[in-house]
Design a protein around this ligand. Structure first.
Ligand SMILES: [Zn+2]
Ligand SMILES: [Zn+2]
Length: 390
């Protein structure tokens, strides 16, 4: 399923200011709010889409990653078994306080009935959702270069096998809840600024399940879930970077008594490489040559993420020169293009000299070819370094 561009969702251009983003989201949220569009699935979809777009674009760090990497940079579908990190209605309303709080004075209360959302509103019983789990995964640059499959051990809640997740001792020890007569919700009428609204809230007796357990399972004490470890296989695409998040739907904690599993949020951590420094999709290697090597030319082996390669150093190579090895960097996370490996040439100047070395240096001191005579390109070295670090 392809996801719409977040700017497009909010009807904004990429240069929109934080204030414009906020305004556009408020407009969308009011227009597609479920209370104003009961039973309209398209409106609900647009409501969620706008909330997700706002969640990313209102956060400077996420916005930057999104601008750079697209949906993949903020936990969207990046292939390899990762699904989009969609938001639940609870998440959306949780964030509402910030954006509507001041406008309607009452914040949450202004809309009324938010807490009853989460399935109950559809007329069915409330479905519980397990909590999301966050795990950090450490990757080397070599792993990031190729993409990698990681098996990680996760401590989490899983359905109890004794009662098959029902929480009842013999699988049938339930009675219908007397408070809500099995519907899982209680209804009340409230006055809100959108008019009089009938709101359903979760039944306090059964927690929205519509039934109560009469005889609890001994193993899970009626919860339907127990702690266990699970080994989860993650296919991590090539090109990911520090702090990127991916969500694996349904691999988080199991919910109490047969709800929906939470998601597993995978946070990428990048291990420092001993020789290479990452700069986006490019890699930088600092090469130190001896003075004779730079003067006479040589061939040296340098490390890359795919093993060592030999490169030729021309005679008369100046310090500050940057050799660009095309395609020896990292792939883009969304699959197009590859960065380069930039070999930054340094020439090592001895910090101390033996008597013999001192004598040799003195002989070279006035030698004709040792007098500095930079050409245009070499004079511009500071210009190039400036561009390089920008
Ligand atoms: Zn059990
Ligand atoms: Zn009830």
């Amino acid at each position: 399923m392809s996801k719409r561009d977040y700017y497009e969702v909010l009807g904004l251009s990429k240069s929109a200011s934080p204030e414009e983003i906020k305004k556009a989201y408020r407009k969308m949220a009011l227009k597609y709010h479920p209370d104003k569009n009961p039973g309209d699935d398209d409106a609900e979809h647009k409501f969620k889409e706008a909330a997700e777009a706002y969640e990313v674009l209102s956060n400077p760090e996420k916005k930057q990653r999104y601008d750079q990497f697209g949906h993949a940079g903020v936990g969207g579908a990046a292939g390899g078994g990762f699904s989009g990190g969609g938001m639940s209605m609870e998440d959306i309303f949780e964030n509402f306080g910030d954006i509507f709080g001041s406008a309607f004075g009452g914040g949450f209360g202004g809309f009324g009935g938010f807490s009853g959302f989460g399935g109950g509103r559809r007329g069915g019983r409330r479905t519980t959702k397990g909590s999301n789990l966050r795990v950090k995964v450490k990757l080397t640059l070599e792993e990031i270069a190729k993409g990698v499959n990681k098996k990680i051990k996760v401590n989490k809640y899983v359905p109890c096998d004794t009662c098959s997740g029902t929480g009842a001792k013999d699988g049938s020890s339930h009675t219908t809840c007397s408070t809500c007569r099995g519907s899982g919700q209680v209804t009340q009428v409230t006055n809100t600024f959108l008019g009089q609204m009938q709101t359903a809230s979760t039944c306090p007796t059964c927690g929205g399940e519509g039934k109560v357990i009469t005889n609890k399972c001994d193993k899970c004490y009626g919860e339907g879930i127990v702690k266990d470890t699970e080994v989860i296989s993650l296919d991590i695409p090539a090109g990911v970077g520090e702090g990127m998040q991916m969500s694996v739907a349904g691999k988080g904690n199991a919910a109490r008594r047969g709800g929906i599993n939470g998601d597993l949020i995978v946070v990428i951590q990048e291990e420092k490489h001993k020789d290479l420094v990452r700069d986006g999709k490019d890699l930088i290697y600092n090469l130190f040559l001896t003075f004779p090597e730079a003067a006479m030319g040589t061939a040296v082996e340098i490390p890359t993420v795919e093993g060592r390669v030999k490169i030729k150093i021309d005679a008369g190579t100046q310090p500050g020169k940057i050799l660009r090895l095309r395609g020896k960097g990292l792939p883009e996370v969304n699959g197009y293009g590859k960065g380069d490996l930039l070999v930054h040439i340094n020439v090592w100047v001895p910090k101390k000299l033996s008597k013999e070395e001192q004598n040799m240096m003195e002989q070279l001191q006035d030698a004709e070819n040792f007098k500095p005579n930079p050409s245009g390109a070499e004079k511009n070295i500071f210009e190039r370094m400036k561009n390089f670090f920008e």
